[in-house]
Write a protein that binds this ligand. Structure first.
Ligand code: ADP
Ligand code: MG
Length: 644
């Protein structure tokens, strides 16, 4: 049994509408260990035949058996295995990877055979040294002469063993001396037991071989044996193994290294691609931090005013008495409310503007007539003196507690305690001074106030006892809704109709944080869109990269790369770019956030957001890299190789 058996091999190409047959039924047997030349003029179909022999292309018709196994029925994984383990190619135009050094080019087939890096390097160096290139290991192809490049490609053909060396016009691009040297090397390989098939149009080159087969217009027309070839060797076992579905760790590491190299080779483009992802991820991180910060700020401000408070006000639709006072809530309502369960305090209040006079000065300020629980309700402290108590209320005591602004305006140089202040010409004795409270949530000056006992205020100052509000402090905030309902029910009973409105700080909190969440979502989705745009940028660049590197892909396939290897290589590249962009983006986002925080903006970072946006970026790389990678993996080896 011959090593290679071709029977009635035909190859047709479809050019436009027309089918052209290039090989018209080739029958050829090649024994293991033969040194064979296939000779013919240009265009006779030599390269086409060689591509079929080397499993780079499939015949349109006929049968091809390699060591007794039918090649025609093999899938692309098995064909890749044959190319990787059995064949070694030497091309007229060398087909070396321009960005890789000499030894890396030689070692390429061993990557796909799974040889560890150190061993690979050592073997490549030994092979190159054997061909006199020990000084040129680190040179790139464009730093080598034609003869040297061809020797690199011979070394590459031998890397995985090279049982069958297929050389297509190996001397075609070389001067005669280098050509002679290359032929001598091939002859030596044949003597060492490799099966060597040389394709040439040159009879002088063919004369090196033991056997010369002549091809003319796609037909074999002659077969001359000059010498008997060396004793036939036992056939190698050529059972392609079952491929694992998943790459192992070493393979992944290798493709990351390759990805980093090719990204470095195009660093400007890499940076620009990265930028898209960086901006997207950075935007997500910053935007969500801003949104969260803004929300927390509002929530804090509301909590400051007491989220356990219920403020009851007259319904504006109700009947009014003079001066816009609405005749619904009365002080007795507050007493009744106090008896409801879950209520700590019920503080009635009437307020209005007055002219306050003391020490010969007049100011306009606001008056609040309240019950003695007021400081507890607001959690306000006194700076000096005392607050009025329930007895003062019962006695209609003409006393007042003043705020800091009033104190500064009226009692700049004297102690206000014990002095009298005239409110709309009615005298009240100052018994206490509140400590500084600052501005309210709405921006009002809370210190610009005179506080009176409710009773005294209604009787002497306002002349009526309809309240502006009753503020309830609830004990158990989780029951606040039930308490609110009970309060409204009680007041409706007392008034004979529902004539109040309740402002619930807790529900306000819910509402506000909900609005803020919507805002955060909005910011986040805008940022997410920019991430998506970054992903499309990655896809674009990967497509360009595949198009640019079709030739390289062809070389990798010829040296035995599986489709999976090619797919994985390009996927790795796009994931590496995106993940790198993700890391830089998170860092940039944090940096910008810190900067904004320095400028006084409320910023709350979220680690889950950072992790999620990083994962998202890497995922986008995977997603958008897939189509280009698949395009690369599906390339036809011959077509890819011819794309020079
Ligand atoms: P050789 O290597 O002997 O010079 P080839 O095998 O390269 O010849 O080509 C043989 C014939 O097949 C030529 O006429 C060429 O034009 C044709 N041919 C080769 N490849 C293709 C292709 N991909 N599509 C159409 N025709 C092709
Ligand atoms: Mg050719």
């Amino acid at each position: 049994m011959a090593l290679i058996e071709l029977r009635n091999i035909r190859k047709r190409y479809l050019t436009g509408e027309q089918q052209v047959e290039v090989l018209h039924g080739i029958d050829l047997d090649i024994e293991a260990g033969e040194f064979l030349a296939i000779m013919g003029s240009s265009g006779s179909g030599k390269s086409t035949l060689m591509h079929i022999l080397g499993c780079l292309d499939q015949p349109s018709d006929g049968s091809y058996r390699f060591a007794g196994k039918s090649v025609t029925g093999m899938d692309h994984e098995q064909l890749a295995w044959l190319r990787r383990e059995m064949f070694g190619f030497v091309f007229q135009s060398y087909h070396l990877i321009g960005t890789a050094s000499a030894w890396e080019n030689v070692a390429l087939p061993a990557i796909y055979a799974g040889m560890p890096r150190e061993e690979r390097k050592h073997r490549a160096e030994t092979l190159l040294a054997g061909l006199g290139l020990q000084e040129r290991l680190e040179n790139r192809p464009n730093q080598l002469s034609g003869g040297q490049q061809q020797r690199v490609s011979i070394a590459r053909a031998l890397m995985n063993g090279g049982k069958v060396i297929l050389a297509d016009e190996p001397t075609g691009a070389l001067d005669s001396a280098s050509g002679e040297a290359v032929m001598a090397q091939l002859q030596q390989l044949a003597e060492q037991g490799h099966t060597v098939i040389v394709i040439t149009h040159d009879a002088k080159v063919a004369a090196h071989a033991d056997r010369v087969v002549e091809i003319h217009d796609g037909n074999l027309i002659g077969d001359v044996r000059h010498r008997n070839h060396l004793a036939e060797r036992a056939h190698a076992n050529v059972e392609p193994p079952v491929e694992r579905a998943l790459p192992d760790l070493g393979e992944v590491r290798e493709s990351v290294v390759m990805a980093l190299r090719s990204l470095r080779a195009n660093w400007m483009r890499t940076v620009l691609t990265l930028l898209g992802i960086v901006i997207g991820v950075g935007a997500v991180v910053v935007m969500l931090a801003i949104g969260e910060g803004a929300k927390q700020e509002v929530v804090d401000r509301i909590n400051e005013r007491g989220s356990n408070l219920l403020v009851i006000r007259p319904d504006r639709g109700q009947q009014r008495v003079a001066d816009g006072v609405i005749a619904t809530l009365v002080p007795e309502d507050a007493e009744a409310l106090k008896k409801l369960p879950n209520i700590l305090l019920a503080v009635p209040e009437i307020s209005g503007s007055v002219t306050a006079r003391a020490n010969g000065k007049d100011i306009s300020t606001s008056v609040q007539a309240v019950s003695a629980d007021f400081p507890r309700l607001r959690d306000w402290r006194l700076e000096a003196g005392i607050f009025f108590d329930d007895q003062d209320l019962t006695r209609y005591a003409p006393v007042a507690v003043i705020g800091q602004t009033v104190k500064r305006s009226l009692f700049r140089n004297s102690d206000p305690l014990g002095q009298f202040v005239l409110l709309n010409s009615i005298p009240f004795q100052v018994i206490g001074v509140m400590s500084e409270q600052g501005a309210s949530g709405r921006g009002d000056d809370q210190d610009d106030v005179v506080i009176l006992p409710l009773t005294t205020g209604t009787l002497r100052l306002f002349g009526q006892n309809y309240l502006r509000s009753i503020t309830l402090a609830v004990d158990d905030i989780t029951q606040i809704d039930a308490t609110e309902k009970a309060a409204v029910q009680l007041l409706s009973q007392r008034h004979g109709k529902e004539d109040v409105r309740v402002f619930n700080m807790a529900s306000l909190l819910d509402m506000v944080s909900e609005t803020q969440n919507t805002l955060t979502m909005l910011l986040g989705s805008i940022a997410g869109i920019s991430l998506l745009v970054g992903g499309i940028g990655v896809m674009n660049i990967m497509l360009v990269s595949v198009t640019e590197r079709v030739h390289e892909i062809g070389i990798r396939m010829a040296t035995g790369a599986r489709r999976r290897n090619i797919l994985q290589q390009f996927l790795t590249e796009s994931v590496v770019v995106s993940a790198l962009g993700g890391v830089v983006g998170v860092l940039a986002g944090v940096l910008i956030g810190l900067l904004l925080a320095q400028l006084g903006m409320a910023i709350i970072f979220s680690v889950p957001v950072m992790v999620a946006s990083f994962v998202c970026a890497a995922g986008i790389g995977l997603l958008f890299g897939f189509a280009p990678a698949l395009k690369a993996a599906r390339l036809n080896p011959v077509e890819a190789l011819s794309n020079d």
